[in-house]
Ligand binder design. Structure first.
Ligand SMILES: [Mn+2]
Length: 272
C-alpha cells in the first residue's frame, strides 16, 4: 500500500515536470549610446507559438554571469544584429565591413559556449549563425557583394519586409533541418551582407542559396546547435505552421533530448 502511494506521487511529480514548458533565452541587441537591451517581438512570438517560454537575456559582462543565466534556461536563441568583429576569426577589417558591436560579440560567445557546455539547445539566427560559425573556429565573408567569388545571383539584402521570402535555399537531405522541414527547397527572407566562408569543424552546411552562399549550418550530433542565415521568426510570428516547426524543434530539443552531447572542447576564439 505504501509502495503504491509513493508510485502515485512519483508519477504525478513526473507529469508535473513534463508539463513544464521549456524556457528559451533570447540574446538581445545592445546599444551603448541608447543604454538599452532590445529584441524584436518576432523572436518572442515565435517562441510562444512553438510552446516555449521566452526569456530575454541582456548583455552579459563576463563569462560567469553568462553561464549563470544559461543554467536557468533550457534553450537559447542567438538573435540577429551587427557584423561580427573580424578579429575573432583572425582577419583585418575589409573596406565594406559594417558596424560591429564587440561587447555583444563577447556576450553572445559566452552565452553560446555556456549553452554548449551545459547541453542546452541552441537556434542561431542571421548574425547568430555567423557568430556560431566563428565561435567554433570558422570564418566569414565580411561582405558578399565585394568578396564572394561567384557573382551573387540572388539578392541577399532584400528591400522589402521580412514576412515575404526573397530567395530559395536548397536543403541537404540527411540533415536535421530536412528532418524538421521535410522539404528540399525552402523560400526564405534574407537580410545579410556577410556569410559563412570556412565552416567550423564538426559543423556541416545543410542549406545553400542558388548562388552557393551558405544559408544554414548545424552541429549535430556533437553540438545541439541549429543555425540559419535567414529570419524564420518573421514567418513563425505570423503563425506559419511550417516555420513554427523550426521553433518547435528548438523547444523539443530544449525539453528533453539531452545527453546526446559529449563534453565539447571549445578552444576558439579567445575572448579577451
Ligand atoms: Mn540569403
Amino acid at each position: 500500500m505504501k509502495k503504491l502511494f509513493w508510485s502515485i506521487i512519483l508519477v504525478m511529480a513526473s507529469i508535473g515536470v513534463m508539463a513544464q514548458k521549456p524556457m528559451i533565452g533570447i540574446s538581445t541587441g545592445y546599444s551603448a549610446s541608447e543604454n538599452t537591451a532590445s529584441v524584436r517581438f518576432t523572436y518572442i512570438d515565435a517562441v510562444l507559438n512553438a510552446g516555449g517560454i521566452p526569456v530575454l537575456l541582456p548583455l552579459a559582462k563576463d563569462s560567469l554571469s553568462a553561464a549563470e543565466a544559461i543554467e536557468r534556461v533550457d534553450g537559447l536563441i542567438l538573435s540577429g544584429g551587427e557584423d561580427v568583429h573580424p578579429f575573432f576569426y583572425g582577419e583585418e577589417p575589409a573596406g565594406a565591413l559594417g558596424g560591429v558591436n564587440v561587447p555583444r560579440d563577447k556576450s553572445d560567445m559566452w552565452l553560446l559556449q555556456s549553452a554548449v557546455k551545459l547541453s542546452k539547445a541552441v537556434l542561431s539566427i542571421c548574425r547568430g549563425e555567423q557568430l556560431t560559425n566563428v565561435t567554433f573556429g570558422g570564418t566569414l565573408y565580411q561582405d558578399i557583394p565585394s568578396q564572394y567569388p561567384n557573382r551573387p545571383a540572388v539578392q541577399h539584402s532584400q528591400r522589402f519586409g521580412g514576412t515575404e521570402p526573397v530567395h530559395h535555399v536548397n536543403v541537404v537531405e540527411n540533415s536535421h533541418l530536412y528532418e524538421i522541414m521535410q522539404q528540399e527547397q525552402l523560400a526564405v527572407n534574407s537580410f545579410h551582407h556577410q556569410a559563412v566562408k570556412d565552416v567550423a569543424p564538426d559543423f556541416k552546411v545543410v542549406a545553400t542559396a542558388p548562388d552557393g552562399v551558405v544559408e544554414a549550418i548545424e552541429g549535430f550530433p556533437k553540438y545541439n546547435v541549429m543555425a540559419v542565415q535567414w529570419h524564420p521568426e518573421y514567418f513563425a510570428q505570423q503563425g506559419d505552421k511550417q516555420w513554427v516547426k523550426l521553433f518547435e524543434d528548438l523547444v523539443l530539443r530544449a525539453g528533453g533530448k539531452k545527453g546526446f552531447l559529449k563534453e565539447p572542447n571549445i578552444k576558439q576564439p579567445r575572448i579577451r
